[in-house]
Write a protein that binds this ligand. Sequence first.
Ligand code: F6R
Length: 244
Amino acid sequence: RFREPADACKRVAAEIAALIRQRAAESRRCVLGLATGSTPIRVYRELIRMHREERLSFFNVVTFNLDEYYPIKPESAQSYHRFMSEHFFNHIDIIRSNVHLPKGTVELENVSGYCRDYEELILRSGGIDLQILGIGRTGHIGFNEPGAKRDSRTRLVRLDTVTRNDAVKDFGDLDRVPLLAITMGVETILQARRIRLLAFGEHKARIVQQAIENRISSALPATFLRGHRDAQYLVDYDAAQCLP
Ligand code: F6R
């Protein structure tokens, strides 16, 4: 629990920086799983600051984002490609070919093969060392909405109505919010060696409590994190207000 979201974001950024530096010292790469949304923005801001002021290099870093709307063009204002470039990748020295996000432009008939390739690429990179997560008001992680199975993998999914309504602030109108997305699965996420879930604000308090206290089941996909060896919730006081 942290007084301010900024404190939690600094903690996660410091952990990521330590991991990147440790791996660089061993001439190894560091594989990060990344999330979009309002929650992790300050993590990226802090990492950019460390890049500028503390010479943190991302030269040995490989990234895989959790999800992307489908269909969507990468240059579209609401795409996660655009989000990640603007909030993070444009400001650091990462090698562009080391950056991976699910593509929102794959032909429908090729999506399942594309998703298998995404999984394969994660495995070939050595697996995700540290995965950043947010949590949706439905209890989704990535876009694994209620009903998502424990053993799900990267795939095309239908977005929950609650999630689509939350996205109206970005798209302006519900009709313009995509119905579908490509997301890493629950199993894909659980295979990360470390998982750090961030949740801030009063509007996340109820779902954080349920994710921690409810029975582990597909009804609330974030409950599956409780089966992981190294998953931590980093929340601010507002998001923690329903916890004992
Ligand atoms: C984003 C993602 C989502 C968000 C979640 C919270 O890549 O996978 O699960 O983390 O919807 O979104 P914010 O942070 O905007 O409240």
